[in-house]
Design a protein around this ligand. Structure first.
Ligand SMILES: [Zn+2]
Ligand SMILES: [Zn+2]
Length: 396
């Protein structure tokens, strides 16, 4: 009954939500700069009767609809930031900001969460529990904005959380779900190698940091292929290498930067030690020294199976069983929604946004990426229904 009313409301507000998405898309803001987005979000939520909690440190905000303190609280999270990419979609609502673009679909996440918030607010006091919306900044940043939101209390009193991501590899009207581990942890590292410069013709008088680096790169590639159980996927990728000043000088300093992805905490914890052992051994044997800086980033994204059940059960009713795709294997990409899932049970799912006729099947972080507007209502309905379903299930 409630869900039927919810879907009707969503149909009614759908064109407004589409306009909101186009406004957000035309005014993208980089991680940590989501000011216009924040005030747009805040205005709409306040008008719908939500209590807003703002931060002094960033543009994230929390919006609450409290009906019964003793009942369950469900959270829905949206990320708001864009990317440093020059848009080339040619759409009428294309980015008005040079070099900034919603190329990951966070404009659609924000619009869907707003629409869901407006629709759920229609129930006001008859909701079976409390609803919290978490609009977070900086998902695309190295640190991830979710951890800051959590530190400031975004999950206090929350019993369960849902999140989604636009997904151009599934068609509009489809979703992808995954039980258990869905995405990888994402760590970064910097390795500095210090040698000793000398004339290129007299290498024996120096310590060649480039040659040391070559051996290190080789040995790092042995870690995943020879030291990690092949049944535990892991990636060690070097993204940058800098070093050397001239063709006839033995290089004395090289900097390497890279990322490590795993989907298993034990493997994740073992890798930095293995890396350092290789670096140290090679440097010692070659008379070089090193700095090794390893930063643990977002953890693996692990869905709660009962929460995935709720999403799948509701989605099947809305889009049909054949359009709910079990993604089966995790991907090695990272997503800072994982921080919320470390603390409360929740589910993250993929919302299909590919529509060939509208050219919305391009991969994320690409200058031609866009979301099919018809996916917005699908996202709102599944989010809203999952939230209602979670609230209707009694507190254990
Ligand atoms: Zn992204
Ligand atoms: Zn994203």
């Amino acid at each position: 009954m409630k869900k039927q009313k919810l879907f009707e409301t969503i149909e009614q507000i759908n064109s407004r939500v589409t306009e909101i998405r186009h406004d957000l898309h035309a005014h993208p803001e980089l991680s940590g700069h989501e000011e216009h987005t924040k005030y747009l979000v805040k205005g709409i939520l306040e008008a719908s009767g939500y209590k807003i909690t703002e931060s002094n440190a960033h543009y994230g905000l929390i919006a609450d609809l409290v009906t019964d303190e003793a009942a369950r609280t469900v959270a829905i999270r949206a990320d708001m930031d864009a990317l440093p990419i020059e848009e080339q979609t040619g759409k009428p609502y294309s980015s008005r900001e040079a070099g900034v673009m919603h190329a990951c679909g966070h404009d659609s996440h924000t619009a869907i969460a707003l629409g869901t918030a407006i629709a759920l607010a229609e129930f006001k006091t008859s909701l079976p529990g409390n609803v919290r919306f978490i609009f977070q900044p900086s998902e695309e940043s190295k640190e991830g904005g979710s951890i800051e939101m959590i530190r400031e209390g975004a999950l206090a009193g929350v019993d369960g959380i849902f999140g989604l991501h636009a997904y151009p590899y599934l068609h509009t009207g489809e979703i992808g779900y995954k039980y258990g581990v869905m995405m990888a942890s994402a760590d970064i590292f910097t390795i500095e190698i210090f040698g000793r410069s000398a004339h290129g013709a007299r290498p024996h008088e120096g310590v060649d940091a480039i040659l040391v680096t070559a051996m290190i790169i080789n040995s790092l590639n042995h870690i995943v292929s020879r030291r990690i159980d092949p049944l535990h996927p892991a990636v060690i990728s070097l993204g940058t290498i800098e070093g050397g000043k001239a063709s006839n000088i033995i290089c004395d300093h090289v900097i390497l930067r890279g990322t490590v992805r795993t989907i298993n905490e034990e493997v994740r914890n073992a890798i930095p030690e293995m890396m350092e052992a290789s670096i140290k051994g090679i440097c010692t044997s070659m008379d070089a020294t090193y700095n090794f800086d390893y930063e643990f980033g977002q953890p693996e994204l692990i869905n709660d199976n009962k929460m995935v059940d709720i999403v799948v059960k509701e989605a099947k009713k809305i889009i049909g069983e054949e359009h709910c795709i079990d993604l089966e294997s995790p991907v090695m990409g990272g997503e800072d929604f994982s921080e919320y899932l470390k603390i409360v049970p929740g589910a993250f799912f993929r919302l299909g946004t590919c529509n060939e006729a509208k050219e919305t099947c391009v991969s994320q972080h690409n200058s031609r990426f866009d979301v099919d507007d018809d996916a917005l209502a699908v996202g709102m309905k599944i989010m809203g229904a999952a939230a209602l379903e979670f609230l209707e299930q009694k507190k254990p």
